[in-house]
Structures are given as structure tokens and as C-alpha cells.
Design a protein. Structure first.
Length: 255
């Protein structure tokens, strides 16, 4: 069965030496579609080059990552918005909030998030949300922005059952990746009481590599390990996990 990696950054320099091999391994492991969220102005060319080189596999998204927000964020957003007139994108992102690395530009992060939520609504595109140490703040902003037109993914979801319900009530899905396989991550225990129909699979490559490869570079081929772990948690077949998560991915990205 074909797999979908809904969040990967294989356009980054970590893959410059063997990107062809990475794509080959992905296909050999059944990964036929990879969605690539942009990070900031510095990554746009690499994103396009990757997607142009592998158009059947790699699908680009456009946005500004919260960790790249600075005092010049408005100018960056203006330049990023212009990209939508030049290229086809499958979503807006990676947007969101991050209070782990730097809290000094929190107001700017919120403003940039609202701007990008507006793009997503205006262009009928999914919004891909980054959240680190900021789930409540992110939830509040998206709840305020939700007017029936917003949809997308809470990327790298690690919340509890109540958090999952709130995400689904907002018409968003939850991206599940390598954290699910971490021995002391705790996400596997939280997920047991959640509904299977709320999830999509992701790697966030080159980050958050699943066990048993934790500590090494992540890549789309490893998404199979996440699906296998999820099948054990829900006590169902691997095929059922792939079917449900693929249906959700297709609903979100319309591919």
C-alpha cells in the first residue's frame, strides 16, 4: 500500500549529497507522496528545486516558520505571499507558534500566524501548524480565526485526549511522527483512547527520527515505522492504518 508523508523537509542541505537515494528508498518503502512545507525566504529556491526534480513525489507548501520570525517579518511575509502567484502550492506553512527557542517575538509570531491563516482561507488551502511549548496559545488563535473555512494539520501532535478532541472540533487533523516510537515519549499511551480518524502520518525529516534509528537523520522511508507502531497501539492491521491516514491526507491536500 502507498504511504503519504504529510510533513518532510528533504529540500534542506542535510539531503544535498544523496537526495536521489532518499527518494528511491522512499519509493521502495511504499512512500509515494511527500508534502514539503517551506521554512523561510532562504529555503524557497531549494524547495522548488527539490519539487521540480521529483514532481511525482514532492509537493510544495509555502509559508513562514515561527522560528524564523524577526523584526523584518512583515517584509518576509510580503515576499512569501508573492510566491503564490508564481507557483502551485498544496498548502500554507509551516506556520504556527514556538515558545521553546525564543519568546521575544511572540506578538510577531501571532501576527504572522493570523496573516497566514488569512491566506489559507482566501485560497482554500490547508494550514500546517507548528507548535512547541505553545499548544494553548496556538489553539486560541486558530479558534478565533476559524470561520468555517480553515482546515489543516497540527504538526507533531503530542497532546492528550482532550487536546485531540479540541483539534478535531476545529476541523484540523493531527500529524503523528517519530515521537510515537520514543520509548519514554508517552504519546503511545495517550493515543490509545483517541479516534483513529483524526491522524495523518509525517516524518518531519531530517528531524525526530523514529526508533530504532533515533539519533540519525530522518527520512520519508522511515514513516513505515510510525505506521507500524500505530497499528500496534490500535491493535489493528498496518493496512488499516495506511488506509485511514491516506484518506485523511487526501481530504486535506486534495491530491
Amino acid at each position: 500500500m502507498s504511504l503519504v508523508d504529510t510533513h518532510t523537509h528533504i529540500f534542506l542541505e542535510e539531503f544535498d549529497s544523496d537526495r536521489n537515494d532518499v527518494i528511491t528508498r522512499a519509493l521502495e518503502n511504499g512512500v509515494e507522496h511527500c508534502f514539503l512545507p517551506n521554512i523561510d525566504l532562504s529555503t524557497i529556491d531549494a524547495l522548488h528545486n527539490c519539487c521540480d526534480s521529483f514532481p511525482e513525489v514532492c509537493k510544495p507548501l509555502m509559508g513562514l516558520h515561527p522560528c524564523s520570525i524577526s523584526s523584518s517579518y512583515k517584509e518576509e511575509l510580503d515576499q512569501i505571499e508573492k510566491q503564490f502567484d508564481k507557483h502551485k502550492y498544496f498548502g500554507v506553512g509551516e506556520a504556527g507558534l514556538d515558545l521553546y527557542w525564543d519568546k521575544s517575538h511572540f506578538k510577531e509570531q501571532v501576527d504572522a500566524l493570523r496573516v497566514q491563516a488569512g491566506w489559507a482561507k482566501a485560497m482554500d488551502l490547508p494550514l500546517i501548524l507548528h507548535s512547541r511549548d505553545s499548544f494553548e496559545e496556538l489553539y486560541d488563535v486558530i479558534k478565533e480565526e476559524q470561520d468555517g473555512r480553515l482546515k489543516g494539520i497540527f504538526h507533531c501532535f503530542t497532546g492528550n485526549t482532550e487536546d485531540a478532541k479540541r483539534v478535531r472540533d476545529l476541523n484540523f487533523y493531527m500529524g503523528i511522527g517519530g515521537v510515537l516510537t520514543f520509548k519514554n515519549g508517552g504519546l503511545d499511551k495517550k493515543m490509545k483512547n483517541m479516534a483513529l480518524d483524526g491522524f495523518v502520518l509525517e516524518t518531519d525529516a531530517p528531524y525526530l527520527t523514529p526508533a530504532p534509528f533515533r539519533g540519525k537523520r530522518n527520512e520519508p522511508a522511515y514513516i513505515k515505522l510510525v505506521a507500524e507502531k500505530m497499528s500496534s497501539i490500535f491493535d489493528c492491521s498496518f493496512e488499516r492504518i495506511v488506509e485511514h491516514t491516506n484518506i485523511n491526507a487526501k481530504r486535506i491536500f486534495k491530491f
